[in-house]
Write a protein that binds this ligand. Sequence first.
Ligand SMILES: [Fe+2]
Length: 214
Amino acid sequence: MQARAQAIDQPKSFKSILKKAKLDHFFYRCDRKKIDPEDLAWMLERVKKYIAQYGTGSPSAIEVLSVRPQNMTEIEAFERIKKECRLEPWIDKVELVFCEWASLHTDPDWLGKAFVSLVVGTGPSPYTVSTHKISRKKDSQIPSVKTRGFKMHTGDLFVLDPTLPHSANPCTNHYGSLLVLMQVTELFGSEQEKIELFDRYPPAKDGYPDAFCS
Ligand SMILES: [Fe+2]
């Protein structure tokens, strides 16, 4: 009985929480959100307008648009999305991040923050979003790489430490593929912030099916 009380009182460490969730690095998909595609339409429209005016640049260019809902229909749609995704109610603007594909990169400017991203659109094919954890044992010259990839469909929500190397590609090549994410950043610096983030956006209950195998 005493041992049990001790176990409960012991403060949770973020590392132990990740280990318990069978995550060796901080990237996972949440349960798919129940979002009416109509509620996403205003964001896709903004992206379409931008592309019509400026084009998409090179296929691997990652574009970012900061947007706010502008009329009552958009505001109501945004409120429903925020509620379903458990985003902070005070958020009144988001970043739309879009690309045809993203080659392997890190986002060092976002150290201490995590990305919470809702898939707003993909085009004809879902996307594989993957992260890679690179480590090197003391006595080895060869780094080891652990990769985790998820197949992302419209309505999927995922959480990512942007300092991890990550990439995104359509699962199958199709003309018209475009990954559009609605992204917010959350604090991910202190141990407490990391634990709170994990509690707020728990991983999907269906485990972690690997995009490269399914
Ligand atoms: Fe990135």
